[in-house]
Each structure stands twice: as structure tokens, then as C-alpha cells.
Design a protein around this ligand. Sequence first.
Ligand SMILES: Nc1nc2c(ncn2[C@@H]2O[C@H](COP(=O)(O)OP(=O)(O)O)[C@@H](O)[C@H]2O)c(=O)[nH]1
Ligand SMILES: [Mg+2]
Length: 766
Amino acid sequence: METYNNVKNTLLNINQDLGLFIRKAGSIDGLSHHPLDAWKETTTRIHRQLAEEMIRVAVVGSVKSGKSTLINALFGGDYLKRGAGVVTSIVTKIRPGDSMRARLEFKTWDEINSELSQALVLFSAAHLGTDERSFDITREEDRTQLQQSLSSLNTEQLISNDTRDPNSVLITEYLKGYDRVKSFVYFEPSTHTFEKKDFYKQKDFVGDESLALYLKDVLLTLIAPEGFGENLEIADCQGSDSPNPLHLTMIQDYLLYAHLIIYVLSSRTGLRQADIKFLNIIKKMGLVRNIFFVLNCDFSEHEDLADLKRVAGRVRDELNMILPEPEVFAFSALYNLFNGLDRKEAPLARKDLLRLEQWREETDMVTFSDRETDRFVKALVGKISLNRFELLVQSNLERIFTVASSMEDWVQINKDLLNKDAGEVQTAFAEIDKRRQASDRVASVIKDTLDGTTRKLKRDLSVDVERFFDVQHSETIQGIIEFIDSYNVSIKDYEKDLETSGFLPTLYRIFQALREATNRYLAESVNPKLVDLVRVEEEKIKDVFDQVSGPYSLMIQDALDQHQRTMEKLGIRVPQRPFRRVEGPNIAMVKSDANLSIPPLVTTMRYSVRIKTDAILRLGFYSTLRTVRKLFKKRTGGELESAIRSLEDSVSRIKEQIQESITAHHLDYKENLKYQYLFKLVDMVSSTLYEALVDRVRAFTGSLSDITGLMENQRVARDQIVEEFVSLEKLVGGVLDKVRKVERLVGEQGPAYSGGPAQEMQITLR
Ligand SMILES: Nc1nc2c(ncn2[C@@H]2O[C@H](COP(=O)(O)OP(=O)(O)O)[C@@H](O)[C@H]2O)c(=O)[nH]1
Ligand SMILES: [Mg+2]
């Protein structure tokens, strides 16, 4: 066996044979399509799984740690923008393919407007001096007005605590990019593909904040080094340390589906506070099992190899305190990238070439880095292969085997029946009909009890979910409420703002600070708990169905034994093969088959839309906005005091508003989680198990009665039909041979695969 791709292609090939079988069998006149339809559905699913299912690798780490550089080095070219910024932290996905392409998906105008309206909560009131109304960026008037109010703000108003107010940054960038991007954006989702010589234009797009902001998704297709294979997605996830908690949440959403995390650290900085925080979040989300750490070594930063090793040792020790036995690889991604390009004789910028030459002289460090790079690539490819085998090959091989064996039985039974005379057939039918009734009963018992199990399970899950989201008693929801309550807004700090900017802008700024802090709390404390809840519930689902699949399996085995005996008695030869226990369905597989995913975590942050500005501004102060400013100029002590009191009052109303809208929003999330995810998953797992069980007996008894018609009506054509069955028999026999061959290969190679195939790879990483 060469690589995973060969196995995959063989499986696809076998699956095609199964499809051919179904088509041929379907063309035999007078046959019922009953078992055929079920097989067809299965083969379609297998095809989709094999062709589309991705192994996902998430590359994460602080800004400028070298994520993009590492991915570039892996793919051997400067494809991703290095040193990109932080306003937009879009997840860039890279998949191997046969040509270079960049597919940019744009947000819709509605999505953009909704994002802007969230940023504009209280902003308009504070800066436009007008009432809130829904903002529409496509209206020139709205843009002009917003632009004017932005430029009327002084720098002091835009910068708080040394950082620019993230919402005005967002608004500014959106306005800045509008003209250049408007021809790409529509009310419907739209994409644009850059390819061939235009490929690199994507870098201008992604690298420019004001354009990148309009992007929803970026997918690059790159020619991968041999050995990477297909079905692979590597994601450049920037933003784990972004000041905007929404970015962190976007990464969390990706991590939920990642099979492997590559965590990049820079040797210039080592492990930083932001890393520790993020790693703890990953840990809370239950995702620490598959992490590789890359310590991206800057050769220029280290005196000598000993120094580099010291840093590596320290990082390892520090990581060890967060998670057990971290796998750390220390090498220079930029050196690998430059070196790879240089060896491919790709032109390097003069400055880069000079750096490369300088680094090459550091032979100790280069040798060390090369060794570590090899070790990393081997581990990476090994991990990917292992995942592929577990996720794609093993379970699909099992499915293919089940379908093929059923087909084999079905052909055998039909063929033998066709060779009997009318009397014998009559007897056979009477017997088989009895068997069919018996297995129908088994099937319906299974169905009923499974339905019962499903209902009870849903009730249990519902109780857990309700408890998690309960407004009064849930630790999580109460945690949010308490967090907001205890968030200390020291009005004193805002006195100066009050004087310079006036009442509403100050209120706006307090609101911003509070909302950012709340979002951060949601991202860091609530989302991990939510993910953990889902994991626990999925485990529950798995356990329940694992438990019931045992007894059901026995029932099926029993029914099958009886079928076998009946068939033998009737002189129908059915291939003997050992009974394979029907296992509880693989949850990951069911999820992917049904395209199920939990409601995105980012949606938990869209509560702002519910905030009622007028409730915050209800105070008479609002109407006297302009006079207030004047009053401050006079600095009458009593008036300042009353303004401060009003501010305090408004802050508590802001808090209430945020609390209310978050609570309401979480109720929505809860409903979605239950009905759109968990319940659907339960139903899918249940029906998958049912199908798997009943499939086993279907070949024996499924719609055999139809063959009576076939034989009576078409006695003349009988020989021809027998021939068709013989050819089907050959086809399915061939399939089973191939399946056994692949099984042997996988059996031999499977476990060794974790370290095996790297030798076959010609990754040009260095
Ligand atoms: N000197 C040096 N610079 C590096 C190295 N790796 C990355 N860089 C530079 O550091 C900057 C940030 O790297 P980038 O890959 O964009 O980081 P990201 O934000 O994590 O994607 C870029 O300008 C890179 O060229 C390295 O090993 N040595
Ligand atoms: Mg980057």
C-alpha cells in the first residue's frame, strides 16, 4: 500500500462497483427496489464521506508567533500574508488541490449591517445626537452622516485606555473599504475566486483590514507537497490574543471541528500570559488530546544553539505545568520557508536572501532546526494518516463490507430460487414468508424500544440543558449576571470624559467597556463550559446507544441463525460468514453524514441587538444633552454631581439591559442547541443504528415475495435473468475480494501508521 490516497481511491472504486450492482439489479424487470434503495443511500453516504470529509488541522497562537509563516513553509511558498493585522481575524483555510486558487466568500449586506448596528448601539445617540434607527451602509446618506460624526470625534474620544475604541475602528474600516468592495458584495451570499496569475491578489485583500472586514470565509487551494494527500484542511486561525473577544470565539468555533491543533509559539517571546490563558481555554473545552507545539525559532535572536535549547527547555517546562507531556518541536519556520524557496530557485527579496545567508552560517542551529523539522513533519503526517484511517477508512470499510455481504446473500437467494420448480418455490415462499414475518416482528420490536430509548434520552438531555441554562439556578447564567453586576465602573475615572465629551459619549464609552468585558467573559468562561456540556451530552448519547446495541445485536444474530437454517432446509446456499456484532454508531460519523453542528458560539455574542437603547436613555438627560455640555463648562459643583449621579443611574440600567438581553439570547441558544442539534443527533444516531441492524436481515427476507411475479410472468426470460444474477454475483464477489485485500492492508499498516509513512513523503520543508 502506498499512501492513504491509494486506499481511499480503492474504496471509492469499490463503492462505484456497488453502485453499478445497484443499477444492474434495478434494471431487472419485476424486482422490488426495496433493499436496493437502502443500499443506494448507504453508498451515496460513503461516497460523500470519502470524497468530502476533511481532516482539520487548526494552527493557532498569538499574533506574530509565525502561524502564517509555518503554513507557508509547509506548502513551500509565500502564499499567506505574513505579518497580517488584528482588526479582522478571519480563519483562512488551506486545502491541497491540483491548482492554486483563492476563494473569497463575502458577507452579505444584511450581515454587514447587522454587525454595524451592533457596533452602533448607543453610538448614534452619543455621537449623532439623533435617535437610533437602523443603519444601512448601502445608503449614501447613512455613510456620509456616519463619516461626519466619526470625523467630529476627537482622538481622545476614540482612544480609551491606550487602545482605539474597537467599535469605531470597525465602523471606520468598514466605511474606508466600502467603495473598493461594493462590487463584490450582495444581499445574497457571494464569492470571488482569484486564480492563476491573479492568485496573489488575494493577499492584498486579506492583508488590508478595510477589505478583509467584508470577508466571511477564505479558502485557498494550494498544490501540496506529496504525502499530504487530499481530505485535508489546514486553518490559519489568527486572533486568540486579539483584543476583540469575538475573534477568540470564531477560533473556538473552528476548534470544535479540528482533529489536530498546532500551537505556534515564538522563541522571541516564549510562553506569554495570553498563551497561558488560551491554553487553559482549550483545556476547558476538552481539546488537549491532540496538540503539537511549534516553537518558532528566530536564529537571529539566539546567541548560540545552547541558548536556543535553553529557551526550548523552559517553554517545555512551562507547558508541562498546563498540560501533561506536551509535544514540542523547535525550528525556524522562516528559515524553512526561505530555504525552500531558494532551493526551488524562486526569487527571494534581497533582504531575505541576505538573512538566509546569514542564518546558514549558524550551522549548529540549522542542523538542530532541520532535525526538529523532520521530526515535526513525520509526527504531523503520522497524525493525519492515523485520523484518516480511524475516521474515514475503518468505518467506511465496515459499511462497504456490510452492504456487499447483504448483496451477496441476496443474489444467492434469488439465484437459487430461480433454479427451483414451481412447487418448490411455493414451499420456499411459505417458509421465507414466515421468516419474514418473524424478522419484521424483530424489526418492529427494535423500532419500538429504540423509539422509547430515544424519547427517554431526549428527556434526559433536555433536563441537563435546561439546568445549564436555567436563569434562576444555573451557575453559568448566574455567573454571567454576577460578572456584570460586580463589574466595577468607577465613575470617577470618567469625570474627565464627562467634561471634555459630554454625557452621552461618556455613557457610550462606559457601555463599550462593559460590553467588551462581558464578551470576554463569555468567550473565556462561558463558551468552554458550553462546549464541555455538549461533549458530555454526546458521550451520554454514545453510551446509551452502545448499551442497547448489544442486546439488539443478539436478537439480530438469532434471527439470522434461523434464516440460515430455513435456507439450508430449502436447499438455498447462503454464504457462511462469522456474525459481526453491530456496534453503536460512531457519533462523529453520524454528525458528518447529517451535516450536524452545534449552533455557532459566535451567535451567543449577538445579544447586543436586543439592547433597548431607549431604556438606557430614558432619563430626561437625553433631551437636555446639549445643555449638559454647556453646564459642565461652567463647572458648577452641584451640576457635576447630578451628572455623575445620572451616569451611575444609567450604568445600572446598561447593566440590566445587557443582563436581560444575554439571558434572552441564551434562551434562544438553548432552544437551538436542543432542537437543532442534540435532538436531531439522537434521532440520527437512533435511525443509523436501526438501519445497521435491520440491514442485516433485509437481504434474506426483504421483498422476496416480489420474485414470484418475476418468475411467473417471465418464465421465458428466466435463463436470461439467471445470467444477470450470475453476473451480479461475480461483481459482488469481486467487491468482497477487494474489501478483504484492503482490510488486510489496513490491518497490517493501520497501527504502524502513526509513525510510518513519513519516509514516503517528499515534503520540501527545508
Ligand atoms: N526573524 C524571524 N522572523 C520570523 C520568523 N518567523 C516569522 N517571522 C516573521 O514574523 C512576522 C510574523 O509572522 P507571521 O507568520 O505573519 O505570524 P502570525 O501572525 O502568527 O501569522 C512576519 O513578518 C514573519 O516574516 C523567524 O523564525 N525568524
Ligand atoms: Mg498570520
